[in-house]
Design a protein around this ligand. Structure first.
Ligand SMILES: Cc1cc2nc3c(=O)[nH]c(=O)nc-3n(C[C@H](O)[C@H](O)[C@H](O)COP(=O)(O)OP(=O)(O)OC[C@H]3O[C@@H](n4cnc5c(N)ncnc54)[C@H](O)[C@@H]3O)c2cc1C
Length: 433
């Protein structure tokens, strides 16, 4: 069986390894160095485009649990990351050159691989049994054009995401459920601010530290969506007449219209995560925690994901993909990595790995390999394939897993999420060899 992979980044390399290990022939198309992206600097496979950190290894975090699950699934890139790590406290950080060169060495040691240094934009290719698109957030234009022909509204080019916080970390003494003008039931959670709180908040917002955008991101992202801090700079009342407008809302505590209101909307059906409506932001993550923490209800907020604004090519996964990363419209095509709707280095590795496992399952006439929703991999796979009209790429998060409600202590509850996930992944692997 012959598989084509487009893109030799994190997802493409993991996918190639898993297929080669199972005896498949792989043609890996990587366009660098002939054509490059605005963020890559080398011609290496599996180049880390920015930070050298693959985040936490603590098993009581979703990132630590993801690593444990990937270890059980024999992820090559995770193993190489651990072998090339540099000291970084509780995080897995790597020597980026050693990481890329070790990944290349591992791949070239296996039979059946051809690395073709060419841009490729043929999604449906009769020369192959399967094609996996792993072209990343900076996918080439010709390939992006080919993807847009698959279906209407199937490819997005920017991530302008407002922060998402966990429901359990909100202080409900400073919040009330209500729709504007009584419409929409209890769909929105409103966080009222008095005049003084609003003024302190907007002042800090104006002066907070921002992420410096790459040149290729400057105009386009801002045109698409104005960050909340830029609105604050436009005038002291701009936010009060914009996303923080209080009209149509009455605080049941004071029975008055608040001076300003931050609205939160449920991010998932169960209401375990909330999105800060209209809070697209380019502030540094630490600054988001500090400045948004000035909103009384968010003093101790835990962030499932911080707001980001950057160039990010990703498909509308709930519309076009199955849970196993396969294209709904064609059983021989898969999408892996950031372009499939996951977010982050380790998540991209995971997605590439699952593309390979599911190609192998399909080729052998077996059911898809989709672990239970209690695992962090299984939960993220379900998230990307669940209908969502505001779909944005997502990290792993315990908030995506079925809730554990009988453990009150936060630390113990997180440990329980991690332990349950790993145990269920082990069981699923044993039962689905
Ligand atoms: C600027 C930037 C910074 C980021 N920083 C971080 C970070 O610090 N931490 C984090 O966890 N995540 C970060 N991400 C998000 C994401 O996790 C990484 O982009 C990650 O590398 C995604 O892995 P991937 O395999 O999907 O894509 P990539 O690693 O980008 O690999 C895609 C590959 O496909 C190639 N390619 C594209 N089109 C074609 C084509 N038509 N033909 C052949 N080859 C093609 C590209 O050259 C590239 O090598 C960042 C993203 C961006 C854009």
């Amino acid at each position: 069986m012959k598989v084509k992979i487009i893109g030799g980044g994190l997802a493409g390399c993991e996918c190639a390894y898993q297929l080669l290990k199972r005896g498949y022939t792989v043609d890996l198309y990587e366009m660098r160095p002939t054509v490059t992206t605005p963020a890559h600097k080398t011609e290496r496979l599996a180049e880390l485009v920015c930070s050298n950190s693959l985040k936490s290894v603590d098993p009581a975090t979703s990132q630590g649990t993801l690593k444990e699950e990937l270890r059980l699934l024999d992820s090559m890139l995770l193993r190489v990351a651990e072998e090339t790590c540099v000291p970084a406290g509780g995080a897995l950080s790597v020597d980026r050159d050693a990481f890329s060169s070790r990944v290349e060495k591992e791949l070239f040691a296996l039979d059946g691989l051809r690395v073709i240094r060419e841009e490729n934009s043929v999604i449906f290719d009769d020369a192959y049994d399967y094609t996996v698109v792993c072209a990343g957030p900076l996918c080439s234009k010709s390939l992006a054009d080919a993807i847009t022909t698959l279906q209407t509204d199937c490819l997005h080019f920017y991530d302008a995401v407002a922060p998402i916080v966990t429901a359990e970390s909100i202080d409900y003494d400073h919040a009330f459920f209500a729709g504007r003008y009584g419409k929409g039931g209890d769909d929105y959670l409103n966080l009222p601010l008095n005049k003084e709180e609003y003024e302190v908040f907007t002042e800090e917002l104006k002066n907070a530290e921002k992420v410096i955008l790459h040149d290729f991101e400057k105009g386009d992202v801002f045109e698409a969506c104005m960050p909340v801090e830029v609105m604050a700079q436009r005038g002291k009342d701009t936010l009060r007449f914009g996303p923080l407008r209080p009209v149509g809302l009455t605080d049941p505590k004071t029975e008055k219209r608040p001076y300003a209101v931050v609205q939160l909307r449920k991010e998932d059906r169960e209401g375990r995560m909330f999105n800060l409506v209209g809070f697209q932001t380019n502030l540094k993550f630490g600054e988001q925690k500090r400045v948004f923490g000035l909103i009384p209800a968010l003093r101790n907020a835990e962030y499932v994901r911080y707001g980001v604004m950057h160039r990010n090519t990703f498909i509308n996964a709930p519309v076009v993909l199955n849970e196993d990363f396969g294209l709904k419209a064609n059983p021989s095509v898969f999408f892996g990595g950031q372009i499939s709707g996951v977010e982050g280095y380790t998540e991209s590795i995971m997605s590439g790995l699952f593309c390979a496992l599911n190609i192998d399952r399909r080729a052998r006439g077996k059911e898809s390999f989709v672990p239970p929703e209690t695992t962090v991999c299984g939960a993220l796979m379900r998230y990307i394939a669940t209908p969502n009209k505001d779909f944005q790429p997502m990290h792993v998060s315990f908030s995506l897993l079925p809730a554990i409600t009988d453990i009150r202590d936060k630390k113990l509850r997180k440990e329980a999420y991690g332990k349950r996930a790993v145990a269920d992944m082990k069981k699923y692997i044993e039962e689905n060899q």
